[in-house]
Write a protein that binds this ligand. Structure first.
Ligand code: IVH
Length: 697
């Protein structure tokens, strides 16, 4: 049996053979993680897990220096840059930082520096946040920005000059005179939490993949081929150092940072100079305390020896400077088990999946829920109940599931099936084409949406009930007095108890109650378009409500049309709905879905028992096309097809999509085909676009 070492075998007990095998495994593993992190922006392990692998690699190499491999992670930095951008060779390599995880590590670092330099007294160090973004090197020649390059493998990065030029924080020209001919400013490009959330919302709405965290989205935003996309992402930049300098304008780290600041960059406002280890640790704790409120991700504090001549003397060891160290915060990522997946229903009916987690501490906060964004995200990550997942908490942002630890998947775990009914009210939930979000269609009766729907129902452009604003709706709903629209109209007669309860409400005396009932009474008659608008059907605003009302004319025709349209795209009724000028498929589907839901129809019936619906003020009946059935075909040049349809309907015409014996007029533009032929066959009058305009005025 081969002596395969367990990763838990203490380093001092490894045989040489075992050490060699493990170094090989670590080289491959860390290389793989580097590639995922640097090139794909899709790490699959937490920073802490990654750090632990490197730590073990270093420890084994320290014990068996003769076994250090050429491909060892200690011998290189990062991974080769992603393809697609021009390569840039860094004049001065971009290296990385050694890590400290405890106060003792920091004290040891300071002692190491003193020992190396043979100092008797503690030297000064700067301390500043370690920004969790991506490093960038900006090269200025004679004060002009010539190149912006990513770190890449430290030796060679990607040329993203056009993209970095779109960042407000990056000057195209350095401020001041008498500048060194060559100035390379280095720092971190990052995305704020606000912008990250906005971007992911846009991505989800457009059915594009959402980013796992601000760092990945900053990297993704910077690696765009089209700089205008980078510009729209609102990236930020903090300068923290420099690369090649043809002249050194200062003698200390802090002096250099002041100089860079004066050249027009942002340097981190939390940067401090410290004269003792205690002072360094105090900065660390201060920054850690402010971390959640900074609005951007940081993952530690970087200490740098202040005197530059001493930095030079200390130099570098393999991939990191001896004069600096990153004091990391405890990881804000963790792994835990998914106990269940809950579907939450938002005020607008959106179904959002939430992972119910075995509680776990992430960066000092107990987390038991994490968002899974939407249906596609669950499918993409293949998250199943029972899975062990990696979760991440960034600042105050809702924790999210990064991915599944597949090795830990229980055999019994089954792919998650997203529900197609609303978990709150049982109505069917639909997903529109091109939408990432599935929504409950039970608008009128779904408790999750009711308050929002009621608020809309009584709003100014709908039923416009004075004295029944958002606050009152909320309160009445909470007290069980008004649960659905019909309840508004039965409130008074329902019972005296309600009346007493109302009068007892603070600031809601007898007069207010009387006024409210009077206002409700006044709205028992309502025009059809206002009723349709008040129902709060998705995509049906005031304009579309008017189009519908005008087309069907009265309540009965409207309801008949809607019930029949629910039978699907093949039905004539759906076609008719779809053909209404200005309506179109998305709206037609949303309306049909609404009426397909029995619970909505029942709630509407209850409402209609209470109110009287006025037919829509008929479209003009004095126009030459009133009452006529019109078909548009071919290309229109002076208006869009939708405009033409809407105009015809305003004039009282009925617009149809197909020509039959019943058609009165066909308006044919260039390219008209079979419909024109049909018109000729049935002897229907044909007009050109200009003739139509002349007729319609
Ligand atoms: S100083 C020789 N200061 O951390 C390297 N780095 O692990 C000197 N970083 O690639 C780096 N904030 O992208 C420095 N305030 C800061 C930083 C910072 C973030 C990143 C940087 C670097 C990585 C090192």
């Amino acid at each position: 049996m081969a002596t395969r070492p367990s990763p838990l075998t203490p380093v001092d007990r490894l045989t040489e053979e075992q050490a060699a095998a493990e170094l090989k495994r670590l080289a491959r593993l860390i290389g793989e993680h580097d590639r995922r992190y640097y090139q794909e922006d899709a790490p699959t392990v937490t920073d802490a897990e990654y750090d632990a692998l490197r730590q073990r690699n270093n420890e084994i190499e320290a014990r068996f220096p003769e076994l250090i491999r050429k491909d060892s992670p200690s011998q290189r930095v990062g991974a080769a840059p992603a393809r697609g951008f021009k390569k840039v060779r860094h004049a001065v390599p971009m290296l990385s930082l050694d890590n400290a995880f405890s106060d003792e590590d920091v004290a040891e670092f300071a002692e190491r520096v003193m020992r190396f330099l043979k100092l008797a007294d503690m030297p000064a160090f700067t301390a500043e946040p370690k920004i969790d973004g991506l490093s960038m090197s900006l090269r200025y020649e004679n004060g002009e920005l010539v190149t912006g390059a990513t770190r890449g493998d430290g030796e060679e990065g990607e040329d993203v000059t056009a993209n970095v030029k779109t960042l407000d924080d990056i000057p195209h020209k350095l401020k001041g005179r008498g500048l060194p001919e060559i100035v390379e400013v280095r720092g971190e490009v990052y995305m704020t939490h606000d912008n990250f959330l906005k971007l992911n919302k846009r991505q989800a709405e457009a059915d594009e993949p959402v980013y796992a965290n601000p760092r990945n989205s900053a990297a993704g935003s910077l690696r765009q081929k089209d700089p205008s996309i980078t510009a729209s992402r609102n990236l930020k930049f903090f300068a923290y150092g420099w690369g090649e300098m043809s002249d050194m304008p200062a003698e200390t780290q802090s002096g250099m940072m002041e100089w860079i600041d004066a050249r027009g960059f942002r340097i981190n406002p939390l940067l401090k100079t410290c004269k003792s280890v205690e002072a360094m640790l105090k900065v660390y704790r201060d920054i850690e305390e402010r971390r959640a409120k900074l609005g951007y991700d940081i993952d530690g504090v970087v200490y740098k020896l202040d005197r530059l001549d001493w930095q030079t003397r200390l130099g570098f060891i393999s991939r990191s400077p001896r004069w600096a160290i990153a004091h990391k915060f405890p990881a804000e990522k963790a792994t835990t088990v998914v106990n269940g997946i809950d579907i939450q229903v938002g005020r607008t009916g959106a179904l959002t999946p939430v992972a119910k987690l075995e509680p776990v501490t992430v960066g000092g906060v107990v987390v038991s829920n994490a968002t899974l964004h939407n249906e596609d995200e669950i499918a993409r990550k293949d998250v199943r109940i029972g899975d062990t997942v990696t979760i991440q908490r960034a600042g105050d942002v809702i924790p999210q599931v990064l991915g599944v630890v597949l090795e830990k998947r229980p055999k019994s775990a089954k792919p998650y099936k997203f529900p197609d009914t609303c978990p709150v009210c049982g109505s069917h939930a639909v997903r529109e084409e091109g939408e990432a979000v599935r929504r409950c269609t039970g608008g009128l009766i779904c408790p999750a949406q009711q308050v929002e729907r009621l608020r809309h129902f009584v709003s100014r452009d709908a039923f416009d009930i004075e004295g029944l604003g958002e606050k009152q709706v909320q309160a009445f709903y909470a007290e069980g007095l008004i649960m659905e629209p019909a309840d508004i109209f039965t409130l008074e007669q329902r019972n005296r108890r309600a009346r007493r309860k109302l009068e007892e409400r603070e600031g809601y005396g007898e007069t207010s109650v009387r006024n409210l009932f009077a206002a409700i009474e006044q709205r028992r008659r309502i025009p059809l378009n206002k009723l349709i608008y008040a129902l709060g059907i998705r995509h049906v605003g005031e304009g579309n409500a008017k189009l519908l009302a005008r087309h069907y004319g009265d309540l009965d025709a409207f309801l008949d049309g809607m019930m029949a349209a629910g039978k699907g795209h093949a039905s004539e009724a759906w076609q008719e709905l779809n053909d209404i000028g200005g309506i179109g498929e998305v709206v037609a589907d949303a309306v049909a879905e609404f009426f397909k839901e029995k619970k909505n129809r029942e709630a509407l019936d209850r409402l209609l028992d209470e109110i009287e619906v006025e037919p829509m003020e008929q479209a003009r009946s004095d126009s030459p096309v009133a009452g006529k059935t019109v078909v548009f075909t071919g290309a229109l040049e002076k208006m869009t097809r939708n405009e033409a349809k809407a105009q015809a309907e305003r004039l009282g015409a009925k617009v149809s999509g197909s020509v039959s014996k019943k058609t009165d007029l066909v308006v044919a533009g260039p390219g008209a085909g079979s419909k024109l032929a049909d018109a000729q066959k049935f002897g229907v009058k044909v007009l050109s676009e200009d003739e139509w305009i002349a007729l319609a005025g």
